[in-house]
Design a binder for this molecule. Sequence first.
Ligand code: 1HN
Length: 345
Amino acid sequence: MQELGRLEDLPEAYRAALTEQNLVPLWPSLRAVLPPGKPIPRTRPICWPYQGLRSLLLQAGELTPIEKAERRVLVLANPGHGLEKMQASATIYLGMQLLLPGEWAPAHRHTPNAVRMIVEGDGAYTTVEGEKCPMSRGDLILTPTGLWHEHGHDGDQPVVWLDVLDLPLVYYMEASYVTEGKAQTVTSEANDQAYQRGGVVPTPMFNRAGQPFPMLRYPWVDVRAVLEALALSQPDIEAVQVAYVNPETGADCQKILGFSALMLRPGERLQLPARSCAMVFHQIEGGADVSLEGHQFSLAEADTCCIPGYTPVTLANRSKDHAAFVFIADDAPLQKKLGLYEVRT
Ligand code: 1HN
């Protein structure tokens, strides 16, 4: 590839004249913005083990009352982007949130989309547009763009969950903002039973729901049961994986980030080809090794890691006797809409 002229090759006075008129020569930066073959990611492979994080999060519970935090969160920040940017990848924000018994995180709505993957504890709930969604370990709860949401806790133990948002992208687009609100009136219990079976959907008086987000809570007991059934009924399937979708349309459950649950059968090693999207892995149950060039993470229950795009990765269940379950988040839905999605085999 032809080496291009550098900024220093240009006379000082010429560079000053360019700056004066807010102009910049392209050629000294062309290779940086268009590297050959594949992007140069800022996103580094990083692992956030839960145990260390958990004690600091519980300490935050003592140091900062909920009224002074609104959302008591430690952000899982990727140093490749700079910790202050609060990014796990170019598009993905991750945070671990703590809610203590009796606490309330007030209602608001915002433009970024969020999901919550419940990590530990019982008795907390999120109310999303009046729908009260109980939180249990492994549940996935959506709070899509523009929907009111608040968190409460009637139990007696700390509750912790992983927040996954498309905040870095929405912020970059200068489209990120919040609206504060009053406590919501609960109008319904979580609608998590209406779409229990694939292939059939409710049609009260012949009408489909037609809402953009008909299902807000995906209980882990149900997702786990589907994975077990899939493994049992299709022993030759390449990967025992299910995507969280809109049950009315079959499309990804949110527009920007995609979510799936993967079961690694006892002793299974799964080689994933390089895909253009960065990925987040969060261990729901069991233990898995995540290996990529130059890195290996041993995920234990509740650990979270991220890897950059265009990177082949191998996932291996460390147990020969028990299945391992991994929650995966990526920005494949966004990349597909933009025509940027690639799989390199
Ligand atoms: C947010 O609204 C929540 O509602 C958590 O629990 C984390 C991070 C950035 C922006 C909004 C929540 C958030 C957030």
